[in-house]
Design a protein around this ligand. Structure first.
Ligand code: COA
Ligand code: ZN
Length: 318
């Protein structure tokens, strides 16, 4: 804790594209991943090995993993980490066959979303995650965990704090090196974040093993990132252009935008290793490719060449 760096996990190619109406072709996805890597992102979730019936937008996951550039990265000793999401042993085995070295397992804190998203109970999903983590680690892969619906479930309503700590503790116990706390619906506010993180601390869950994953449905995502930072979190998931959302959480908006997170920390003197202008350019490009508005405020400001007041040479007209 207290270090002046933050680790960003870019989830645009997975969370960002799993809910879009436009079907993105494989070359565009690969260009997105390559450009994100060039912009300095060192953790990029590139695909999910889930049922193509559940998420048709990511059905080309094998093509992504067999692309020469991705193969080269997987086989080299690069510090680049390219996790893929897997819901079960079937997904894990396909991922391992494709040289994947990091997988992400996911469970809901709540029954309603668990049933809708992965067609099983929370207890069953934890059992599946355990099988996946055990087999993945035996094969030399590392495992990240996601807990969804940390504040509310679209079917069950508000999430009780103990349900979150139970899911997080279970994922750490099965060997996840980190658990990402997902506000899947994007309904949480800074006081909610503070209350949850203080509760998890009181349950002896180490802050160093947690990440924040905030969606922006109610415009609170960036404030939630900063609050979580103040509470000790140093890893945040985000998505270029603010892409993202889950088809099983209707109405929820995208992830906090990577550009906005980079701008926030850069202005606070905290290093993310990411080039703001490059990631802003990627946000403009991918938003155009998807024919959707750019949901990053920082990205839109940089695209419009808006200058911060401190860099203006003359007083602005009001
Ligand atoms: N990869 C590819 N196909 C898979 C798969 C995987 N990891 N797991 C299951 N399938 C296929 C099965 O082969 C079967 O295909 P068939 O109908 O052609 O025989 C079909 O999916 C159903 O399999 P089943 O084991 O009965 O699963 P299910 O219908 O209970 O669905 C999940 C469970 C987890 C596979 C499915 O709900 C899913 O993929 N959810 C992902 C949701 C997601 O990614 N959400 C966004 C992240 S929060
Ligand atoms: Zn998400």
């Amino acid at each position: 804790m207290g270090s002046k760096t933050v680790r960003i996990v870019e989830v645009g190619p997975r969370d960002g594209l799993q809910n879009v109406k436009t079907v993105v072709d494989t070359p565009t996805k690969l260009e997105l991943i390559q450009r994100l890597q060039s912009a300095g992102l060192r953790n990029i979730e590139i695909a999910s090995f889930v049922s193509p019936k559940a998420i048709p937008q990511l059905a080309d996951c094998r093509k992504i993993l067999t692309a020469p550039v991705v193969r080269k990265w997987q086989q080299s000793n690069t510090t680049l980490r390219l996790p893929v999401l897997v819901p079960n042993i079937k997904g894990l085995r396909i991922a391992l066959e494709h040289g994947v070295r990091e997988v992400a397992v996911f469970v809901s804190t709540t029954e309603g979303f668990s049933r809708a998203n992965i067609n099983c109970t929370v207890a069953e999903s934890l059992e599946r995650a355990k099988q996946v983590a055990t087999e993945a680690r035996a094969a030399g892969a590392v495992v990240r965990g996601y807990v969804s619906c940390i504040f509310a479930d679209p079917f069950d309503g508000p999430t009780p704090l103990p349900a979150v700590s139970h899911a997080v503790r279970s994922l750490l116990d099965i060997g996840c090196y980190e658990v990402s706390l997902g506000d899947t619906l994007g309904v949480g506010t800074p006081p909610d974040v503070r209350r949850l993180l203080e509760y998890l601390k009181s349950q002896d869950i180490p802050t160093d093993n947690l990440a924040g994953h905030f969606h922006d449905t109610y415009g609170q995502a960036l404030a939630n990132v900063w609050t979580a930072y103040e509470c000790g979190l140093r890893t945040f998931d985000s998505s270029v252009g603010g892409l993202g959302g889950c088809p099983f959480a209707p109405g929820a908006k995208g992830n906090v935008a990577t550009e906005d997170v980079v701008y926030l920390f850069q202005q606070a003197g905290i290093d993310t290793g990411v080039d703001l202008q490059q990631v802003a350019d990627i946000g403009v490009w991918i938003s155009q490719a998807l024919a959707k508005p750019n949901d990053s405020r920082a990205g839109a400001a940089l695209a419009s060449k808006f200058k911060k007041p401190s860099t203006r040479t003359s007083s602005p007209k009001v």
